[in-house]
Design a protein around this ligand. Structure first.
Ligand code: SF4
Length: 404
């Protein structure tokens, strides 16, 4: 792979480089200036030029100075998939569920800097008091899975499903945390709730106490794996392809289905395969294989265990010394697990090192920009959810937080 920099290549060359499926532009995972990140061309561009060439050492110094000066009026939340040079500044870390709990429980800070992706910062804004201002370092840090559930497509699907089923059937909508605030509000208003991979099974049980069917979006894999864990056969699940009329589903399939799965997926977790599991078992007899439930159902069923990011961390951390673990989730988390468990063998199932490309967009240069701005009295990249959306998404989030 050739190394391109923004100073040596045109935007078109960089785009071609970044979009080449045979290229993983972030495969070295070493800190480099923002301008040298091959994918920077797709990230938030209005960051002042002074930050582009700043070295990792300079950024570290500037972030530390600003962070200390801001003291307790600032809380930094960091998702486990963040790079090391960012997660080191987090006051609290977690998966999306734990970070939502941290946001809901915090009472002191005036500002929350969310080192994660857009939907998580929206949830933090919803769960914190209205006077708390939430910021996302890089506004281009979205989530490709969340983008697969466009609110208009979901509203249309809801109407079509209601029409096909008639009045006698209650469908409960559940959205994965990885969705826009608009969709969280939609499920809140329509008697449903939000879930994360930590509580998806509980949320399905909750829904089946209130209706006969679940419409689950955006992640088909988490939905399918959760339904499978509850003993629902594949014939009682349908995949709703929002690009096709009536979702590509027949009347008979819809009537038979207990779970209607939205056709979304996580590009990071789709990379894991049964072949990788078989290879790991062949090369390391007795190895434990643990994967995230955003992986495909065949992968989850071939693994020894599956669970949320927090569950994966607990399983590896609490395991006896000398054990070996092949892990199917984002590479930064797996690398950190390996570093923190030197008495065990821990590696990523996928031999090609590619992080979640949207989480990766939180580069330290954006942190320095937002923190120094805050120190100068400017709130940069604030995430604000409007009052009506906030009201109903809070209903959906609080139903989740109230699960036993
Ligand atoms: S790992 Fe997948 S689901 Fe999570 S933020 Fe990245 S793209 Fe979205």
């Amino acid at each position: 792979m050739t190394t391109l920099t923004t100073s040596s290549a045109s935007r078109e060359e960089l785009r071609a480089h970044y979009n080449d499926p045979g290229t993983c532009p972030t495969d070295s995972l070493v800190p480099i200036p923002l301008a040298d990140e091959p994918a920077f061309v797709s990230w938030q561009q209005d960051i002042p030029r002074a930050y582009l060439q700043a070295s990792p050492e300079e950024l570290e110094r500037r972030i530390s100075v600003a962070r200390e000066a801001l003291g307790t009026k600032l809380l930094i939340l960091g998702h486990h998939y963040q790079r090391d040079e960012v997660i080191q500044y987090a006051d609290l870390t977690g998966d999306s569920f734990k970070l939502a709990q941290h946001a809901a429980n915090q009472t002191e800070a005036e500002y929350v800097l969310f080192c994660g992706v857009h939907f998580m910062a929206e949830s933090a804004d919803i769960l914190t008091p209205p006077n708390v201002r939430v910021m996302l370092p890089n506004l281009a840090a979205g989530c490709s899975m969340a983008d697969m559930a466009d609110p208009d497509d979901v509203y249309e699907a809801w109407d079509v499903i209601e029409e096909m089923l008639g009045d006698g059937t209650t469908v409960v909508p559940i959205t994965y945390m990885n969705s826009t605030a608009t969709l969280k509000a939609f499920v809140g208003e329509h008697g449903g709730m939000v879930c994360t991979s930590s509580n998806a099974e509980k949320s399905f049980r909750w829904a089946f106490e209130r209706g006969e069917k679940i419409l689950f979006f955006p992640d088909q894999h988490l939905g399918r794996n959760t339904a499978h864990a509850l003993g629902i056969p594949l014939e009682e699940m349908v995949l709703w392809n929002y690009r096709l009329p009536s979702g590509g589903v027949t009347q008979e399939q819809l009537e038979r289905a207990k779970v209607i799965l939205w056709m979304g997926w996580c590009s990071t977790h789709q990379r894991f395969s049964v072949d990788q599991i078989e290879k790991a078992r062949k090369e390391h007899p007795g190895i434990n294989v643990i994967v995230h439930p955003e992986c495909r159902a065949d992968v989850v069923q071939a693994a020894d265990q599956n669970g949320s990011t927090e569950k994966i961390i607990r399983a590896v951390t609490d395991a006896p010394p000398g054990t070996a673990w092949a892990v199917g989730t984002e590479i930064h988390l797996v690398n950190r697990l390996a570093q923190n468990n030197p008495d065990k063998t821990v590696f990523c199932l996928d031999p090609v090192v590619c992080p979640c490309s949207t989480m990766y967009r939180i580069h330290p240069a954006y942190l320095a920009w937002v923190l120094e701005g805050l120190l100068a009295g400017h709130v940069i990249n604030e995430i604000r959810v409007d009052d009506e959306t906030r009201k109903w998404s809070l209903v959906a989030l609080e139903r989740m937080l109230a699960l036993p």
